[in-house]
Design a protein around this ligand. Structure first.
Ligand code: ADP
Ligand code: GLC
Length: 492
């Protein structure tokens, strides 16, 4: 039995307050910052509900209870206990609610002993079982509410079976009339599993088999695209790309495009603002941008043995092909060879072991111009956004990308591939009103060429400083996007 610090004394009944003016929105997600985050999904689910609440709605989050530090440093009330089945396996689940709603929204964690209470979010052999049981519990619990929610908003494949369950599982018929929205943060991962495990989905109308299936497997993401009332993704360009580049789902997106829309992510300025950033020793406002960036750069360079007089290019992210991280070692070698030792590189990330290995071996040619931190480090990422001159994002796929938005807020100029949300948020300096560097292909030559342009630009000090100043003022706040989601919900 895990030793959690929540109290079993009061099993309160959850009764949502019905208010005709506001909407009751339930987000279901595998990640939510700062409780548990593996990438941008966590950032989005950790902030969007708060903005929806500030607009007068009641937006809550349901997620798995992992064993992350947040669990042990906050107080919890038990609001519901029940049991359900995952195929032939009977399990008990407990819903705990954060006592103070410290994140600006009601936060509910589902505790399933031995299944969800692990240290990492993903990467276990039984992830299919874990996320199926999570979704069953969430739907099972909602089905017992006296007042049903106004909309159930699911994120990515980990919650992708929820719309199907709400509509086609006999036990959850009460939820069949509740609108559901799917947001796709990343269509590369779809959570497929074989039909042998179809008993994991609580008894369902067998005529609806096609609503679960894609190419011979049960495909939670495809199922959600078919069953959700509306489908959103996190940028307009990525929405178009899904029809030609979505890891096998292209015909489905082509067919369903009538109900799909793109809503660009916002960023949470209460977390990502150099003036108030709790991770920074040297905070800075737009009026002290140059000084603030120089202080952070000096600190960063001293930590990693880099020369602060050279332009500093950083990469922050998952070390996977999707992010173009495999290109980095050769890009760095070629930059040193063809552009010269006129810049430094700092890489923060973790992911595929071959890329991690190659990045570590580059230390041999570092000579004070290259360093890496292989791992996940939230604090360091903030210092890097603050201290760098340029952020590199050679992504092959980038549904939205938050890094470039954070970087710009901190006065760090993005160097990006023209794809997905990067295309929508970064205009090349060569174009009218441009403020970044962009290139077409995820190829070493294209990236190196962009680096060359950026190095040259670094020495045009007045222009360089003006662009830095300009990007800190670009508005990517949540207000606009949060309103777009509400508008969408109200269309049902
Ligand atoms: P994705 O969700 O595809 O990984 P995003 O750009 O949307 O990409 O978001 C990535 C988020 O994860 C950002 O907040 C970024 O700072 C953070 N991040 C990624 N890798 C690391 C790491 N190794 N250490 C700290 N933060 C990281
Ligand atoms: C995904 C995407 C990323 C996006 C994030 C938040 O992980 O890869 O581009 O910014 O979700 O929506």
């Amino acid at each position: 039995m895990p030793q959690n610090n929540y109290i079993y004394e009061s099993v309160k009944l959850f009764v949502p307050t019905a208010n005709s003016q506001s909407m009751h929105i339930v987000h279901i997600s595998a990640e939510c910052y700062p409780i548990a985050k593996a990438g941008g999904l966590g950032d989005v689910v950790g902030s969007l509900p708060r903005f929806q609440n500030e607009m007068g709605n009641r937006s809550v989050v349901i997620m798995p209870m992992y064993r992350t530090p947040y669990l042990y440093t906050h107080e919890w009330d038990v609001v519901h206990k029940s049991s359900a089945n995952l195929g032939h396996w009977f399990f008990e689940y407990t819903i705990i609610k954060e006592s103070t709603s410290a994140q600006g929204f009601e936060l509910y964690l589902i505790d399933i002993n031995g299944l969800l209470d692990r240290e990492r979010v993903y990467g276990y052999e039984d992830d299919t079982e874990r996320f199926c049981a999570f979704q069953i519990s969430a739907v099972h619990w909602m089905n017992s509410w006296e007042h049903l929610p106004g909309v159930v908003h699911v994120h990515d494949h980990h919650a992708g079976l929820v719309p199907f369950m709400m509509q086609h599982c006999y036990a959850f018929k009460r939820l069949a009339s509740v609108p559901s929205v799917l947001t796709i943060h990343n269509a590369q991962y779809q959570g497929q599993f074989s039909w042998d495990k179809s008993i994991y989905v609580p008894q369902w109308d067998s005529w609806k088999r096609g609503m679960l299936e894609w190419e011979g497997s049960i495909n939670p993401l495809a199922s959600a695209v078919k069953c959700a009332w509306k489908v959103t993704t996190v940028s307009t360009t990525y929405l178009h790309e899904l029809c030609s580049m979505s890891n096998g789902l292209e015909p489905l997106f082509e067919y369903e495009k009538g109900k799909c829309i793109g809503i660009l992510n916002g960023i949470d300025y209460s977390v990502w603002d150099p003036e108030h950033d709790r991770y920074l020793d040297h905070r800075y406002a737009p009026s002290s941008l140059e000084k603030g960036k120089a202080e952070n750069k000096a600190l960063l360079c001293s930590q990693f043995g880099l020369n602060p007089s050279k332009p500093l290019m950083v990469f922050i992210g998952r070390l996977v092909g999707e992010k173009g991280a495999d290109l980095l070692p050769q890009v760095i070698r070629d930059s040193f060879e063809f552009v010269g030792r006129r810049m430094s590189f700092l890489v923060l990330g973790s992911g595929e072991s071959s890329i991690e290995h190659e990045l570590r071996s580059l230390n041999e040619i570092s000579m004070g111009d290259y360093a890496s931190y292989i791992g996940y480090n939230e604090r360091l990422s903030h210092l890097m956004y603050a201290g760098a001159d340029y952020l590199l994002m050679p992504s092959r796929v980038e549904p939205c990308g938050l890094n470039q938005l954070y970087a710009m807020r901190y006065g760090t100029i993005p160097i990006v591939r023209k794809t997905g949300g990067l295309y929508d948020t970064v205009i090349d300096l060569g174009e009218c009103h441009g403020y970044g560097f962009s290139f077409l292909h995820a190829a070493v030559g294209d990236v190196t060429q962009a680096i060359y342009r950026a190095v040259e630009f670094y020495h045009e000090k007045a222009f360089f400083n003006a662009i830095r100043q300009k990007i800190t003022g670009l508005d990517y706040s949540w207000d606009r996007s949060a309103a777009e989601y509400i508008h969408l919900y109200k269309s049902f």
